[in-house]
Design a protein around this ligand. Structure first.
Ligand SMILES: Cc1ncc(C[n+]2csc(CCOP(=O)(O)OP(=O)(O)O)c2C)c(N)n1
Ligand SMILES: [Mg+2]
Length: 363
């Protein structure tokens, strides 16, 4: 296990060997949870998986310096490693996958992968890509006005950085020097569309210059470089210097989602060459070489990951589905009548002056 004398790896960044082991453990747990989701999906137990495999190094490292429960995280659908680093538990992740009633993200109402826990400062994932970039900017604006010292961090893919929302958010954040961090996880594809057809520039980070903020590139297999990028951006935001755009170059090790087949648009050669871009073995080798991770510690981490996966799967699966009587909770300010033939449906409150149930006789 880690000791003071084994290595100085990470010490220039203020990271201890225990920090590095924790980061590796978070990556390993997330990978194990993700792999289990695919099995559950193929077994017909959960409807949909959208995977963060290949993104874990960047996600854990960039989020590692945040203050849990104080700062704000505004995730996207691949953010499981970021969320676990920020304190969401694998049980809570699995509850969303199984859409159980006690799921803290939405009580089993949202599409799977739409994680969020309001009282832990984790905003719900948004289905329309890039809308979250504006939400994070608004949260950062509020934090600045209220002088709370909070930092908001948000995540998106490189394809989503072509949406107008991204540019409007960065412009506003740059003008007002907001405490917000924009993390673009560039995996080279927006579903089947390659980077060359998404953007005329190779690096999304250069867009930061257009909005008056640093654009920093980090390699997603270099966990310590990603940590440095995150730490610097957090310090910048916290000290009032303003926003940062981080672009983490990552690889998408799986298809876009469980409903996609990437061999239709990626060659076998390309997929093979990407295998060397898996952050887990890269970080593990780095820790081994530095003498921080020995075989016994690695075996312990593997065992811990296995236990966490078994526990979170079994526990979440055993929880009950949401009560159907609560299906309309939080959908309307006033609960509408349960039956469509209830005369209340025809009232002014629900019909206005011509709703879908307007009396065809014209009376
Ligand atoms: C506004 C909007 N347009 C299209 C979609 C459908 N969609 C979901 S994910 C996705 C690809 C996004 O690619 P990228 O931003 O690179 O993220 P990645 O999935 O690669 O992590 C698209 C087009 C959507 N959810 N919202
Ligand atoms: Mg992408």
């Amino acid at each position: 296990m880690a000791t003071e004398t084994t290595s100085a790896l990470g010490s220039d960044l203020g990271l201890t060997p225990d920090d590095l082991i924790e980061m590796y453990t978070l990556m390993a747990i997330t990978r194990a949870v993700d792999e289990r989701m695919w099995i559950l999906n193929r077994a017909g137990k959960i409807p949909f998986v959208i995977s963060g495999q290949g993104h874990e190094g960047a996600q854990v490292a960039i989020a590692y310096g945040l203050r849990k429960g104080h700062d704000w995280m505004v995730p996207y659908y691949r953010s499981v490693a970021s969320l676990i680093t920020f304190g969401m538990s694998p049980r809570e992740i699995m509850l969303a996958q199984f859409a159980r009633g006690v799921d803290p993200s939405s009580g089993g109402r949202q599409m799977p992968g739409h994680y969020g826990i309001a009282d832990r400062n984790i905003l719900s994932v948004s289905s329309p890509v890039a809308t979250q970039v504006l939400h994070a900017t608004g949260i950062a604006y509020a934090a600045k006005l209220r002088k709370t010292g909070q930092v908001a961090i948000t995540y998106l893919g490189e394809g989503s950085s072509n949406q107008g929302d991204f540019h409007e958010a960065l412009n506003f954040a740059g003008i007002h020097k907001l405490p917000v961090i924009f993390v673009v996880e560039n995996n080279g594809y927006a579903i089947s569309v390659p980077m060359s057809l998404q953007s005329a520039v190779e690096d999304i980070a250069v867009r930061g210059a257009g909005y008056g903020m640093p654009g920093v590139i980090c390699d997603g297999v270099d966990v310590l470089a990603c940590y440095r990028a995150g730490r610097d951006a957090i310090e910048r935001a916290r000290s009032g210097e303003g926003p940062t755009l981080i672009e983490a170059k990552v690889t998408r090790m799986t298809a876009h989602s469980s409903d996609d087949q990437q061999t239709k648009y990626r060659s076998a050669d390309e997929l093979e060459s990407e295998k060397g871009r898996d952050p887990l073995p890269r970080f593990r080798d780095q820790l081994r070489e530095a003498g921080i991770l020995d075989e016994a510690a690695e075996a312990r981490i593997l065992e811990e990951s296995r236990k966490v996966v078994e526990d979170s799967t079994d526990w979440a699966e055993a929880q009950v589905d949401p009560d159907p009587a609560t299906a309309q909770l939080h959908v309307y300010a006033d609960a509408p009548p349960a039956r469509m033939d209830d005369p209340l449906w025809r009232s002014e409150r629900f019909m206005g002056d011509g709703g879908p149930l307007r009396d065809e006789s014209g009376s």
